[in-house]
Write a new protein. Structure first.
Lengths: 240, 429, 292
């Protein structure tokens, strides 16, 4: 089923427009993913230069969001897409909003990383979100892969990873609080690290949203605001 | 590359353009020539007929001082109407003519003198006297119909240039007529006789009244029979009949029937209606039936075409609101098809009006002087009348023939104009 | 970037799949199953196992479909898919085509409409029809509307007839536009007005079901919008089946949509579902404009 999206429309130009839209989203996704990884690297390595780059690369993502939204509006107005095409356009409109927020979160991490770059003893706490950030970035990557392949199973699997991220974030927060109590003079930096962790947790949530859109796109079923169990339950009832 | 190609194509097209336009112009000229030829022939025909026929619409009268004294008329004072009717008007005319031209003495000369006036002059005089008995007892100047030969001299159709032996108007008559004309005793009037009289041996007394009546009654019968039957047949074949071999056969036969020579219908009429059913011979009834047989295929074919051309959406619309088949046809299909049906019928009727061959076969060629009062009275029709007159040797009948043709063509044009008018009128709705 | 590679691979996969299964030639077998919900609880008309033949050619294969009370059902599908033919079987308009043969069971309120005792005239009064091309009679506007009631004897005097005509024209939302020219010919109206006149004409005989065969295909978008609005209003009192070539129109006016393909009823479902997530590949391909 997932392959039929590649089939030709009677109108070649329409076909090209939909394909263009899809690859734009993938490009934007790639950009955002790169931002996330660079933000994490800047934070962990204390690379001030990289952090500055990440903090500033935000506008590029914003531009892409505007451009893809315009493309979607154009297709809606001129082609009146139906069924899968309609779902794809609608899903993409929501996906770019999510991607843009991910970009914002990454930029936020970048800004924090810049401030944290010259903190004393930074190695002791700045590497804490390493695992969390890695997990969030992997989720984002997985979500984009699921979109590229229209892979519902992959998307469900990514959604299933979200609780893990949430748990990790909570653990990290507790850890940071312990650090703060131990070293009250570093509370400011600790809070900064915590908001970075918070940002990665948000990125994980956005990745979940992206996966939900992939499921909507492919299956036509809106799974937003459902627990993973409910999604699995529905998924098993879907015709193979 | 493609630019070169298109350049090449443009050159090739330009090269062929001149030839193509020339061919087109040539073709247009052929067409114009054809139309022109048609017009020339039509014009020659019309000119011939009109120039020959026009004089027939006028008739010459000669003013004669008729002595209507009782002695001449051979009447007693206080004579009854019957006696006045049968008085000797011919004698009175002859006497008066002799008085006017005392020079005519010999028997032959007198004969020529009397032949200045029509035989009908006697009846003219009688009618005048009957209308005004006060004329009896004295002389009065009266206009009397001229003989057709005298008329043709007065109309200038015959001149002294022709040798006397080759014309019927003799030299002596010419001098008399010249004298009369100089005295203002001749007059050209509109020829009412042509329309109010039946056939006659004398050209100046012959008219087309019988033929007009006959044609009218014949067409009436034709229309009364052919129109309802034709339309009903067309409606049935077009709307109700199943499409199968039998209806195909019927269709082929109707088309063939339209091509059958009309004289065959005449033979059929003679054999079936006159010999078998013993209907009256020479009657418009039989003529009408025969012509309706001939017209039926035309009416059926044109009616079917008219019904076919009614948009099927009208039928669907009517059926869609629950009209029955018959209601659909009568309320919607026929009114829309009517102009076409009427046009076809009128053209068929015009055909029937101009038909003579089948009517000859059923005896509508008789010499009839009295107009028919109904469809069973003997009558003749315009084309047959034309045929009869065309056969007559008298000069006067030549112009009558052409005049009758003009009348016939007038009616045909009128009927075709009616067809066009009806079509325009209904189509605008 | 390896994602691009994945994409390429997916595309290659798709091409291969398409080679195996060319959608254009992919037709259901004769004993196919219609996907979705062809049957409803409160059916106004029912059609079961319908086959229609034009001579030797089979135009409709084994279609079963209910038309629910007071619903607008849209029938869509490519040209020659049998949707119009099916529509016309519902008021036996196919009867006027000599070579057309209809098999199957049809019922209106449970009564057999192809039974021997069923009169086509009565049936067509109960199941009215509006055609593709506006086809008013070449008569006055009044006469167009009054014709049906007159032949069926629905009005007993002039006043009653006037009322029927006015009411029908009002329901067809045409009255205000033509009230001063009722004696003018119906053919003089604009295309959209003509079509509303045809709807008024159909309404005038108080039908229970109105069949519409591409009623807007000859109209401009504004006239189309008015007719669609009207269809929506008429739904309260009538059951409407509409055949349309415009998928957007089907999506706008109907509650249920049936997709026909090569004489078969492929899928029926709620319009919302058909247009956002059709279940059959052919439906999906048609409404998204693939192989249309």
């Amino acid at each position: 089923m997932e392959n039929t999206l590649q089939e030709q429309h009677t109108s070649q130009r329409y076909n090209a427009e939909l394909e263009g839209l899809r690859s734009s989203v993938l490009t934007m996704g790639g950009l955002v993913e790169q931002q996330c990884r660079q933000a994490l690297e800047a934070l962990v390595q204390g690379d001030e230069e990289l952090a500055r780059t990440v903090a500033r690369s935000d506008h590029q993502v914003n531009e892409m969001e505007l451009e893809i939204s315009a493309q979607c509006t154009d297709i809606l107005a001129r082609r009146q897409p139906a069924a899968r095409d309609l779902r794809m356009v609608v899903a993409i409109i929501r996906m770019v909003a999510n991607l843009e927020r991910i970009g914002d979160e990454a930029a936020k991490v970048g800004r924090m990383a810049r401030k944290l770059a010259d903190g004393r003893d930074r190695e002791s706490y700045c590497s804490e979100p390493q695992h969390l950030g890695q997990g969030a970035s992997d989720m984002l990557r997985g979500a984009l892969d699921a979109f590229a392949r229209l892979d519902v199973d992959g998307a469900v699997a990514i959604i299933a990873r979200d609780p893990e991220i949430d748990r990790e974030f909570k653990t990290l927060t507790r850890l940071l609080m312990t650090h703060m109590m131990e070293q009250p003079q570093r509370v400011k930096n600790m809070l900064r690290v915590n908001s970075c962790a918070r940002a990665f947790e948000r990125i994980g949530d956005h990745a979940v949203n992206l996966c939900e859109e992939v499921i909507y796109l492919v299956e036509g079923s809106d799974v937003r605001h459902l627990s993973i169990e409910e999604i699995r339950e529905r998924h098993s009832s879907w015709p193979a | 590359m493609s630019k070169q190609q298109s350049l090449k194509a443009t050159e090739a097209i330009q090269a062929s353009l001149k030839k193509r336009y020339a061919r087109e112009r040539r073709f247009q000229w052929y067409g114009r020539l054809a139309v022109l030829t048609g017009f020339v022939f039509l014009f020659i025909l019309l000119f011939d007929i009109v120039s020959k026929g026009a004089p027939a619409f006028t008739q010459h009268y000669i003013k004669v001082n008729v002595d209507l004294s009782q002695e001449v008329l051979g009447l007693d004072p206080g004579a009854s109407e019957q006696e006045i009717f049968s008085a000797d008007y011919l004698g009175a005319i002859k006497t008066s003519l002799r008085e006017m031209f005392p020079g005519a003495t010999g028997r032959k000369e007198k004969q020529q003198l009397y032949r200045l006036l029509s035989i009908g002059a006697e009846y003219d005089l009688r009618d005048k006297v009957l209308a005004d008995p006060g004329l009896i007892g004295h002389s009065s100047e009266l206009w009397l119909r001229a003989h057709s030969e005298a008329g043709s001299y007065l109309k200038g159709q015959v001149t002294a240039g022709t040798a006397e032996s080759e014309r019927k108007v003799k030299d002596l008559q010419m001098t008399w007529l010249d004298q009369l004309r100089d005295q203002g005793r001749t007059e050209s009037r509109f020829n009412t006789t042509f329309f109010t009289e039946g056939d006659s041996r004398e050209p100046e007394m012959a008219g087309i009244r019988v033929a007009l009546y006959g044609s009218f009654f014949t067409l009436l019968v034709t229309f009364a029979i052919a129109f309802p039957i034709g339309v009903a047949a067309a409606v049935y074949l077009e709307e109700f009949a199943p499409r199968n071999r039998i209806t195909d056969l019927i269709e082929i036969n109707i088309n063939n029937l339209a091509a059958v020579p009309s004289i065959v219908f005449g033979l059929l009429g003679l054999a079936v209606f006159i010999n078998f059913f013993e209907l009256p011979r020479s009657a418009p009834l039989v003529g009408g039936i025969v012509l309706s047989l001939m017209t039926l295929p035309t009416i059926i074919i044109t009616s079917r075409a008219a019904i076919q051309s009614v948009s099927p959406s009208i039928r669907e619309a009517a059926l869609g609101v629950g009209a029955s088949k018959l209601q659909t046809v009568i309320h919607h299909v026929l009114p829309v098809a009517m102009p076409g049906i009427l046009t076809g019928s009128i053209i068929g009727m015009a055909q029937a009006l101009g038909e003579s061959a089948p009517l000859l076969m059923i005896g509508m060629v008789a010499f009839i002087m009295d107009a028919p009062a109904g469809v069973t009275d003997p009558a003749t029709v315009l084309p047959v009348q034309i045929y009869l007159w065309a056969d007559s040797p008298e000069r006067g009948f030549t112009e009558k023939t052409s005049a009758a043709i003009m009348v016939l063509m007038g009616f045909l044009i009128l009927m075709n104009a009616l067809a066009v008018y009806l079509r325009r009128r209904f189509e605008r709705k | 970037m390896d994602r691009a590679e994945q994409q390429g691979a997916a595309a290659a996969d798709a091409t291969a799949t398409r080679r195996q299964l060319d959608i254009r030639d992919h037709v259901e077998p004769a004993d196919y199953q219609t996907i979705g919900t062809p049957f409803v609880d409160d059916a106004k008309m029912t059609a079961r196992n319908v086959n229609v033949f034009y001579g030797e050619k089979q135009a409709i294969t084994n279609i079963s479909l209910d038309i629910g009370r007071n619903e607008v059902i849209a029938m869509i599908g490519p040209s020659g898919c049998g949707k119009s033919t099916f529509l016309r079987t519902l008021n036996r308009m196919n009867d006027i085509i000599p070579i057309c043969r209809v098999e199957g069971e049809f019922a209106l309120d449970g009564e057999d409409i192809y039974g021997g005792d069923q009169d086509t005239v009565l049936l067509r009064a109960r199941v009215g029809m509006v055609f593709q091309k506006p086809n008013p009679f070449p008569k006055s506007i009044y006469e167009n509307v009054a014709y049906g009631p007159r032949i069926h004897g629905l009005a007993h005097n002039k006043a009653e007839m006037d009322e029927i005509v006015e009411d029908s024209l009002r329901r067809a939302s045409l009255f205000n536009e033509v009230k001063d020219q009722l004696d003018k010919p119906g053919t003089g109206l604009s295309g959209g007005q003509q079509q509303r006149l045809c709807i008024a004409r159909a309404i005038a005989v108080s039908p229970e079901v109105i069949l519409m065969d591409e009623p807007c295909s000859a109209l401009d978008p504004i006239a189309t919008a008015r007719i669609e609005e009207l269809i929506d209003e008429l739904r309260e009192n009538y059951t409407i089946a509409i055949v349309t070539h415009s998928m957007q129109q089907a999506a706008r006016v109907s509650q249920r949509t049936a997709y026909f393909h090569m004489g078969k009823l492929i899928e029926v479902g709620d319009t919302k579902q058909i247009f956002t997530m059709p279940r059959h590949e052919l439906t999906e391909n048609y409404i998204t404009g693939r192989f249309g």
